[in-house]
Ligand binder design. Structure first.
Ligand code: FAD
Length: 318
């Protein structure tokens, strides 16, 4: 089923969904199942699986010189989606990114997904590669998520890159996109960021999943700004529980978001790691209860390998 159909059918009830990362190369599918098994009682209608572009690593040669090699450290997104659908009978949502794909490779990936009956995708530009200070598109690949959304919509209309294909079979992808309650860090201002978000909706995307936030007012303000701008699609809040003291710096640095003063004060005062985790759980419960009360269609948890914290938050919220 399409992600948006779940939202239509909830009749105001808030759903719970999850995002998992593929294991590092050499890891096993069991680690994903170990993360998801304890959460399936919450009946998530869909589970997202992230996509990770190749990274450059430098291998030392016998000669003493270093060789630059591109490797994908977390492959397996599509296989994991198929395995999740097979084991749990829920929909899996692969993240599809621009980086690392030519248009042709994107088309072929979409054909694979379609043949596997995976009919939901989250269309993204992708992060910059490690050690690169900005996103570098692949030759013959897309520059913005908007271009990717347009390609998927074209396939939904039976249009393939090869114009000689007539009466091509139409795919039926439900397209989600990313949204930033605290603005995308590269955008010069909020209005322009929203302008491009709206363009993605006009191009065929039908829901938004937000970047994580720790201050609910950012999410509620974002919804208001989206509605004012004429963006009417469901906006799903992304939830990431804070569990470690070092995240006070690593989360803002990595995700370009702010942490509320009260949370920072409490975590800074905490005496040990268990106390930090407890503060993160209580903060998450407070956030989720309010989001639920105010009608969020779904609480989307970024698990990042830690299912226990999210489980505690959901148990106290739902
Ligand atoms: P875009 O929509 O392309 O926007 C990027 C920037 O360009 C923005 O500043 C925007 O305002 C601007 N812009 C957009 N369109 C245009 C245009 N036509 N002309 C000029 N400017 C434009 N990354 C991964 O690598 N893998 C993942 O699995 C992944 N999952 C994610 C899931 C969620 C829910 C979120 C919120 C992010 C995820 N990311 C992932 C990170 C994401 O790829 C980065 O945030 C990336 O920097 C931007 O992606 P986007 O799709 O929002 O890009």
């Amino acid at each position: 089923m399409k992600v948006t159909e779940y939202f239509e059918k909830t009749e105001g009830k808030t759903l719970v969904s999850f995002e998992v990362l593929p294991p590092l190369k050499g890891g096993s599918m069991q680690t994903i199942f170990n993360t998801l098994d304890p959460l399936m009682d919450f009946k998530p209608p869909f589970i997202d699986v992230t996509y990770h572009r190749e990274e450059y690593v430098y291998n030392r040669q016998d000669t003493g010189f270093y060789e630059k090699v591109a490797i994908r450290k977390r492959p397996g997104t599509v296989g994991i989606c198929a395995a999740i659908m097979h084991r749990y009978g829920v929909d899996a949502v692969p993240h599809l990114i621009c980086g690392g794909f030519t248009r042709e490779e994107t088309e072929n990936a979409l054909i694979d997904l379609n043949f596997l009956n995976i009919n939901n995708v989250l269309a993204l530009r992708g992060d910059a590669r490690r050690f690169e200070d900005k996103f570098v598109p692949t030759k013959d690949g897309h520059i913005y998520a908007l271009d990717l959304v347009e390609q998927i919509t074209n396939m939904n209309n039976g249009q393939y890159l090869d114009k000689s294909i007539e009466n091509g079979s139409s795919t039926d992808f439900c397209i989600g996109i990313a949204g930033y309650p605290e603005k995308h860090f590269e955008s010069p201002n909020f209005e322009l960021d929203l302008h491009f978000t709206k363009k993605k909706i006009e191009a065929g995307a039908s829901y938004i999943v937000t970047q994580m936030f720790f201050d609910n007012s950012k999410y509620f303000d974002y919804i208001e700004k989206c509605r004012d701008a004429g963006i009417t699609v469901p906006i799903v809040p992304g939830i990431k529980p804070l569990t470690k003291k070092y995240q006070l710096n690593s989360i803002p640095r990595r995700f370009f978001i702010n942490l509320p003063e009260d949370l920072v004060k409490e975590v800074s005062k905490a005496r040990n790691s268990e106390a930090v985790r407890q503060i993160g759980i209580e903060w998450g419960i407070m956030q989720c209860k309010e989001l639920k009360e105010r009608g969020a269609p779904c609480l989307h948890f970024y698990l990042m390998g830690d299912w226990e914290t999210s489980k505690k938050i959901i148990e106290a919220t739902m």
